[in-house]
Design a protein around this ligand. Structure first.
Ligand SMILES: O=P(O)(O)OC[C@H]1O[C@H](O[C@H]2O[C@H](CO)[C@@H](O)[C@H](O)[C@H]2O)[C@H](O)[C@@H](O)[C@@H]1O
Length: 270
């Protein structure tokens, strides 16, 4: 289990005081087929008030692009975002795999059934009426879900809005309720990052996996990691991950270190 302490200090190498994490990444870099996966918000992009302005740290995107260009190495983002939104913000595309909707958008086209589409419409109407009663709360629409955001509401207003969502539309049959950082998400598709990660592992035949995540929904992915894999929790909070770093710059340092080790390992094979 990861230590509850955060590790990085401004200007310092965030991995300098993490010998266990460095060792685990060093081992990971040597496997034949490697799957590198990461969450987006709170890992590659610092958390901000406006989700449309959650831009990634460029060095993290560079590291992912380089890793994706190495032999026997697959890179995927596993995000709660809509895939189209993720592609635009992260400026990533093939060969990097983009999995949106917490795994609901694992394949190229997400096709809702008529029943799911009708439920999503009913949710959109009910939630638009609900958020109007809570100043500062607002609604984000995604292909399979609706998200009530409360970061811009007063804390007590946000808490009341989230409670109303749980007690109201969140309890409807067929609705999968999820919580995250100042958000409640209502999905008409039951998906999570754990099943998505397991599917990617099978598809790629990966011998080992790296996953970085910061939020409650990322715990489903940490839960499917095995002994050969490396899970890194970014920031505070309870986690099943084996390692922890403090913040997105430290998450980028993890990816840069892995890029260096993996480049050396694959070069040594030829
Ligand atoms: O799985 P992720 O890639 O981490 O996406 C999770 C959610 O991210 C976005 O919301 C979060 O980030 C926003 C921008 O920093 C922040 O304002 C919000 O409070 C956070 O919850 C996104 O808007 C959601 O749709 C994603 O599910």
């Amino acid at each position: 289990m990861a230590s509850p302490e955060s590790t990085s200090a401004a200007g310092a190498d965030p991995l300098a005081s993490e010998p266990a994490l460095r060792g685990a990444l060093d081992q990971l870099a040597k496997v034949h087929r490697l799957l590198v996966t990461s969450d987006y918000d709170g890992v590659l992009a610092p958390i901000v008030t406006d989700p449309a302005r959650a831009f990634p740290l460029p060095a993290g995107i560079d590291a992912l692009r380089s890793l994706a260009g190495l032999p026997s190495t697959t890179v995927a983002l596993l995000s709660g975002r809509a895939r189209a939104d993720l592609a635009k913000l992260a400026e990533l595309g093939p060969p990097v795999r983009l999995v949106g909707g917490h795994g609901a958008e694992l394949t190229e086209r997400l096709q809702l059934t008529d029943e799911q589409a009708a439920l999503r419409e009913r949710l959109a109407t009910a939630l638009a009426e609900l958020v109007a009663d809570y100043p500062g709360a607002w609604l984000e629409a995604k292909p399979a879900s609706l998200v009530v955001h409360t970061r811009t509401a007063a804390p007590e207003v946000g808490a009341a809005a989230r409670a109303a969502v749980h007690a109201g539309p969140g309890s409807w049959p067929g609705v999968a309720l999820g919580t995250g950082k100042e958000v409640v998400e209502l999905s008409v598709v039951s998906a999570n990052k754990g099943t998505a990660l397991a599917a990617l592992r099978t598809e790629t035949g990966a011998d080992a996996v790296l996953f970085l995540g910061d939020d409650v929904t990322d715990e489903n992915a940490f839960a499917v990691l095995g002994d050969a894999d490396v899970g890194v929790k970014v920031g505070p909070g309870e986690t099943r991950a084996g390692h922890r770093v403090a913040d997105p710059p430290a998450a980028v340092a993890v990816l840069e270190f892995l890029r260096e080790q993996r480049s050396g390992a694959v070069a040594g094979r030829s």
